[in-house]
Design a protein around this ligand. Structure first.
Ligand code: MG
Length: 375
């Protein structure tokens, strides 16, 4: 029987042109079996101290727990990790650490079976997904910000998701009039067919009234969805937005567990599109459980893929194996963790995201390049 022999977390750091050159961090997880099969996963911890904590949980907690266990018992290993962290887990850094190992075990399962991950997840539910340029609005002045997004569409994208109040020279994500003006100008430049998704996010702290009023004004320019206009745990605020607007609301990328999403779907009942990150939500296993909840409640899902090619691959398989995904996000600018640490960059064709068909995650991780950016 193939057993888990080694588990190694590798923290990495790199400058990201998609985030105004900011140094971004994450933890990759390399799992090796007793017969030498290697799988890769990611725990998207991002902050330096969180990356350290994830590495510690994996090496001091999960490695002794899982060493020698059957690699193919993914459910058993996932349950063992969850039970191990019961006191400090149920979300947070522990969920990210679980994610990295679970993702790698699915990669191994696919490599052993000689099948792509989507085939292990019940097969393709969709042949392709609309390719979305997921970008931060960070250039100086409205004209430059509009021109940049127009460039994404000229390069073949059919959809864009625009993060507000990010690092850079833009003043988008503060003054409502400025933000609405930007969306108005962008709609004018792109024409009616282009999909514009607005991601307000953590950099903006509007009250509910402002969020509602800005959302309504942007609706005049036919935005597709309105993401995280309030802090993710502001349940009352989201319930008010649901009751008082017809906006398509997106949230969820900062949830960690199936229980968290269930609470949203069964009690808050405000969100239409749930963001889910397989490098955060307790792996492929966790993603699948949340996706099943979305099916049950008739909700849409959007995989967060905004980190390395490893998470992008996991998200792509999970999205195409789901009946609930509607777009697929790509970072529009070249970055080492998408272009260099994997042998073949995952990229859209003619504005569509298609499946990758190699075994497991379907990517070849270039280990020397990973170690070159180890932090
Ligand atoms: Mg977001």
């Amino acid at each position: 029987m193939t057993r888990i022999a080694r588990i190694e977390p590798i923290a990495i750091a790199y400058p990201d042109p998609n985030d105004f050159g900011t140094i971004r961090r994450t933890v990759l997880v390399r799992v090796e079996t007793s017969d030498g099969v290697v799988g890769w996963g990611e725990a998207i911890a991002m902050w330096p101290e969180a990356c350290k904590a994830v590495c510690t949980i994996i090496t001091e907690g999960f490695l002794p727990l899982l060493a020698g266990k059957p690699a193919d018992d993914i459910d058993g290993n996932w349950e063992a990790m969850r039970r191990h962290v019961f006191w400090y887990g149920e979300g947070g850094i522990a969920s990210m650490a679980i994610s990295g190992i679970d993702m790698a075990l699915w990669d191994i399962r696919g490599k052993v079976a000689g099948k792509p991950l989507y085939a292990l997840l019940g097969g393709l539910k969709q042949d392709r997904l609309l390719a979305n340029a997921s970008a931060h609005v960070n250039k100086k002045g409205e004209a430059a910000c509009v021109a940049e997004v127009v460039g994404f569409f000229e390069a073949g994208f059919r959809s864009c998701k625009l993060g507000f109040a990010k690092k850079g020279e833009s003043n988008i994500g503060g003054d409502p009039d400025t933000d609405v003006s930007f969306i108005r100008a962008l709609r004018g430049a792109l024409g009616d067919a282009a999909e514009i998704l607005v991601d307000i996010g953590n950099g903006v702290r509007w009250d509910v009234e402002t969020s509602i009023s800005v959302g309504r004004r942007m609706q005049e320019y036919r935005i597709g969805w309105y993401e995280e206009p309030l802090y993710p745990t502001d349940d009352a605020g989201y319930m008010r937005m649901r009751a008082e607007t017809t906006l398509t609301l997106a949230s969820g990328e900062r949830e960690f567990t199936e229980a968290g999403y269930r609470r949203q779907m069964e009690f808050v009942k405000a969100v239409d599109v749930y963001g889910v990150d397989p490098a955060r939500v307790e792996g492929i296993t966790g993603f699948r459980r949340v996706d099943a909840l979305c099916t049950l409640h008739g909700k849409k899902i959007n995989a967060h893929a905004w980190s390395t090619g490893i998470t992008t691959a996991a998200s792509l398989h999970c999205s195409l194996a789901s009946p609930n995904a509607i777009i697929f996000e790509y970072k529009p600018f070249p970055v080492v963790v998408q272009d260099v640490i994997v042998a073949e960059k995952l990229w859209h064709r003619d504005g569509w995201a298609y499946p990758v068909t190699g075994p497991g995650l379907g990517i070849e991780v270039i280990e020397a390049e990973v170690r070159r950016i180890a932090a």
